[in-house]
Design a protein around this ligand. Sequence first.
Ligand code: HPA
Length: 273
Amino acid sequence: MSATLERVERLADSLRAHGVEGARVALVLGSGLGAFVERVAGSTSIPYDAIDGLPGSAVPGHAGRLVLGEVGGVRVVVQQGRVHLYEGWSAHEVTRAIRAFARCGLRAVVLTNAAGGLRRAWTPPTLMRITDHVNLQGRTPLLPGEGAAANPYDEALGRALDDAAHARRLRLEHGVYAGVLGPSYETPAEIRWLSSFGADAVGMSTVCEAQAARAAGLRVAAVSCITNLAAGIAPGPLSHEEVMEVGRQASQRFCELLEEALPRIAGLCEPVT
Ligand code: HPA
């Protein structure tokens, strides 16, 4: 077994010891979106540094704890805070938790993030379901011999998000997410280039997680909260504080969407008997 997979196995052992095995869907919360943990019933919360083998985050707004509990009757495990490539972690470290969730028997993951918007008409905050991505991070989380899925985002899970948005009368756009390395925001020229090949949003996470999740056998859904118009489209300079603040403004809508979607997603992931 490769060293990468041995580390995944070790983390899966620690996660099992913390009770993760009973969960069915994993959720990764992006910048400013951490308030969703308040919707998790009967929750227990474990700081990342108490979990052997789990890389921890030092970015403000990424609290770094794992929350276990139930949403709408579905047992979930929530990563409140994620680690990023730009912090110096490798693609294998960034995706270790995702692969370990798959080893613990979870079936699906919902990835969320804050992103910059490339469409002028999408006034922030706008929620966007990721239908596909472009990996511009120059890294892959895949292991030798693992073929990348053509598109890691599951269409049926995506439709469950659409249906959930419809049921709660929430606007949910669809678009392509461009994953960049960061940590700096893009230049206006970079944004013009990203727009020219069809990206709708840009951010610094998610693409490796989606690829690794798919390779590990999890079904993947993803939602961006567009917290700002991207550089050159926005009138002023961008800041992490603005991203966090607008993320919080979207929190109510975002939480409703996920609350409604999780039971639908879990229902699609039942084993066929
Ligand atoms: N660019 C990259 N990442 C981001 C942005 C952005 O404009 N907003 C939130 N995350």
